[in-house]
Design a protein around this ligand. Structure first.
Ligand code: BDR
Ligand code: CA
Length: 314
């Protein structure tokens, strides 16, 4: 089993990722760090806690992450895609005491130390909490075996701006920091995740085999998400499983993705292109090595994605 700490901003595709994690026997989800992103941090924290509770896994700690980007700007939220509460039509109870912030970063560091050398971090939201963790405790964060980050767009367009993907755009300073500091980093960018479509037909197949209260949330959330995406990208054939693809890659890729290794950075002082992700594609930088040399996913085998999806969720 792979021990995973998920850094999320629990909106809809993050929620699907949490449900997949709980239903996949290869995954031991040992913690969730919940920061602002799709909605504010209070809501992401509540959403993640609610999903874990419905899944009978309130034992998994939810750690309160960042509330705003490192440059101090007010965050921008995305209610048109994820709904005002973050889970589309699902409205978790609002003020239950169990959703109070129970834990902080000391719990994160404890989890990493306890599971020394055996923890994979999958970051599927803004990179702020991950960058802060690195700044606070670089020695502890260096104990993490592998880092997977959903973010960036190495072929434009992005989704937050013409040049930038939402997770990197939302905190470009933090995204650049993570790109340059996290060792063993794999980046799963938007230009690949937008191919990982969960079509309405797949949603029906999944829904038919889900019997639990938690599993029964998949269809209404994905129906909502698909409708939102259709108005953004008319003709799109399904819901892009951005965040889920990053978790799948971390757990059992089985050649589902093709990668390259390149020096990477994220633009954060630009007039029009903050959040732009840059990989050095010049021939001389092929197979760079050492620090700041992430693996970057460049191509998805869609059939393998579908097979992985259905193996876990049906
Ligand atoms: C990313 O941004 C968020 O809206 C999604 O949850 C995903 O993590 C896609 O750009
Ligand atoms: Ca996300």
């Amino acid at each position: 089993m792979k021990k995973i700490i998920l850094f999320a901003d629990t909106g809809i595709d993050d929620a699907i990722t949490i449900i997949y994690a709980l239903q996949n026997p290869k995954i031991d989800l040992i913690g969730v760090v919940s920061g602002y992103g799709n909605v504010d941090r209070y809501k992401t924290f509540r959403n993640a806690s609610y999903l874990l509770q419905l899944g009978g896994r309130s034992d998994i700690p939810v750690i309160a992450g960042a509330m705003r980007p490192l440059n101090g700007d007010e965050p921008e939220f995305f209610p048109t895609i994820h709904g005002s509460e973050g889970l589309g039509p699902i409205r978790p109870p609002l003020s239950e005491s169990r959703f109070r912030f129970r834990t902080n970063f000391s719990k994160l560091f404890q989890l990493i130390k306890e599971n020394h050398d055996d923890v994979t971090i999958v970051n599927v939201g803004r990179c702020t909490s991950l960058a802060i963790a690195w700044i606070l405790a670089p020695d502890v964060m260096a104990l993490v075996k592998d880092y997977y980050v959903m973010g960036g767009a190495f072929q434009v367009p992005g989704n937050a701006t013409p040049m930038a993907e939402a997770n990197f755009y939302g905190d470009a300073v933090a995204a650049n920091f993570v790109m340059q500091h996290a060792p063993n980093l794999t980046v799963i960018p938007l230009n690949v995740t937008r191919e990982a479509l969960i079509t309405p037909a797949l949603v029906e197949i999944i829904n038919a085999s889900q019997t639990s209260q938690l599993g029964k949330l998949i269809k209404p959330m994905l129906d909502y998400y698909y409708e939102a995406y259709q108005s953004l990208e008319p003709g799109i054939k399904g819901s892009p499983a951005h965040d889920l693809l990053a978790l799948m890659a971390a757990v059992d890729d089985s050649n589902m993705l093709r990668y390259i290794r390149r020096t990477g950075s994220v633009e954060f002082e630009s007039r029009h292109a903050d959040g732009l992700s840059i990989a050095d594609l010049r021939p001389a930088s092929v197979n760079c090595f050492g620090s700041n040399c992430p693996r970057i996913a460049v191509e998805l085998n869609y059939k393998k994605f579908v097979s992985n999806l259905l193996t876990t969720l049906t």
